[in-house]
Write a protein that binds this ligand. Sequence first.
Ligand code: ZN
Length: 336
Amino acid sequence: MPLTRLIFAWLLAVSSSGVMAREYTYSDAHLHYVDFFQETAGMPELLKAMADNHIEHVMISGIPVAKKWHEDEPKRPRYYAGDDADAYWYSATDVIVAAAVSKLTAEQRQHFHPFLSGFNPNDKNSAMHIQRMLDLYPGLWQGIGEVFTRHDDLTALTSGDTPRANNEAMTRIYHLAAENDLPVLLHSNITSKREKNALYLPEIEEPLRNHPHTRFIWAHAGTSMEIHRHQTRLDFLLPTLTRMLETYPNLYIDLSWSVLTPYLLDEAGKPREAWIRLVERFPERFMLGSDVVGRFDKVGKELRSFDPFLDALPEEVARKVARDNFLTVLPRSVAR
Ligand SMILES: [Zn+2]
């Protein structure tokens, strides 16, 4: 048999036996261009990570708080949890994102989806600040967030009151988001570190019900690494999400890291059947995120870590989750 025919026969054999691995193209629906000190490895590193890892689209946002290097702290902290000093609301984060995106070529820009995050979610003036930022940068912002509301240790370290997703300041912002067709990426923990029930669920459920024209992306499906550290797996998460997705068509789920383990994959790294069924049932409502902060060398690894779960889904659904769903949640004016 000639060599080309041999290769063809082999290709046919592996593809029909399903051995050939799927290659995914990704959208990263949750990426922070800066860290908690508003520092970044910069655009060249991000562009390289995207090119090397088939990441076609990224949501790009700042970090809405800056961690203080407090006068009393002898060493500069390396993370918000590094010491007891507080973090404060920091609007310049959006200026950093806008400047980085404005330096891209028109072609590169099509792959970047800037979200505006630098405002205090406890301040009823914030909607007006957001409007000013929309006016200052016409056509730039494609979403709002990540908004930090209930966020365990970070909430405790942030100066001022704890923001609730259902407070008056946020209500004004949801109206503005709907008017401008902007999705909102919201971090709102489903519970505290110790309560084994959906303690804070009403705080996100109320706006979902009251703002049917606002698209909400629930960061990490309401989970966080800190919650898992204290109570491992929340057994009410899956039934709660199922009910929420059935009830609120304006709800989208960001599956980034604290959802992957221990929910999507078991201890052995095997996809969990119940979660596969949930995603299959709502194929347009889930998206992937890396949640990297200011460093981009691990973006590819983070997104690829979902591959075992994606591989367990029907191919058409897997491609939606990996790439398309994030794009469909963006404003209609954005070319998809
Ligand atoms: Zn985040």
